[in-house]
Design a protein. Sequence first.
Length: 382
Amino acid sequence: MLANQAKVIVRLRRAWVVYLGLFSTLLGGCAVPEAPEWDVGLSLPFSSDPIAISDFLPAAVSIDTVLGVPVFTVQPQSDSRSYDLAQLCGAPCTALDGQTAAVPGFSFNDSIDVALDSDLVAVDIVSAQLRLTLNNGLNFDPLRPDPNPALAGFIVFLTRDAGSGALLDSTMVSGASQSFPPNSSLQVDLNLNNVQVKEGLRTEVILTSPFDGQTTLINTGLSAGFAVTLDQLSVSAITVVIDGEQLDEVFTIDLDADLRDEFDERAQSGSFELKLTHDLEINGNLEVSIAGSEGDLFSGTPGTEIRLQNFDFSYAPNGRVAVRALSEADLQFIAQQQELFVGFEGVASGSVMDAGRPTSRIRPDQSIETRIKVTTLLRVGG
């Protein structure tokens, strides 16, 4: 999976001036020493934004909206097979190869798998279309059309969950109502609704071509083809392998000049707080860096960034908070920047093991909610 980098712009201005003015007014009627000084707490919400889960999605999966509801969509998956008459009919046709003769009756079955992406363990399908296509390159009709179903040939399709073998759907094409002449194709569409598929789909094709006296030149080199395409997938949840996946996000903050002046002149001490909320089945660590340029994020160079390290990134539906103290030098560093870059870096793995692989079940409406706040003590008056 490719890391997804988003850039968001946040502008902070002096919204707190009203608060300080009110504070001064309330104290105005009291007897105070000459040149009073007050220490006033100030909280600045740097960010309250969700981090997208797109970093954890396989390349074949994307997020879409259907009727206002978020869903996963999965790229079409397909496979095909081709069989010559020698494979379909076996020894009876091989013995007649090159001769003009009545085509022997035969039965044949095989299966074809449409596998999910290697990182996709399972998908909860809301709706999908399974298209089955047969191409007849033989020089006779294997359905042997006959109005009597007992005499006509038929093709049966059985579609199963590849992981469990559970039958999901089946259909039959009968020579009693359908012909399949040479150099033609047949297409059958099956609709899958509200089913879970693990690993992929397995479709078995059973062809029964009875003897009916049709005469042709027996050519065992001619072939028929069978293709399966899983398309139009709308998915409510996926179970995906997440094994040390990297998460990267960057956004910027524009600092108002008056706010920077107040920070520079009055800030005494402060703290940097990160709150994380999500219900994803993941484990890992998250780091946050605040710097004056994107290149300084996570640089480790003293004086160029403020770093919050080793934040627990795991399941936190009720929220998890970490606080890092900010020195006067840290606050002055913030005050010197017209634009601040804030970056997230995380490494995550699924917390549910499946066949030895770390996995997580993810819904398209999930996200990682983050709230960054800087709290400082300002010296007012004096």
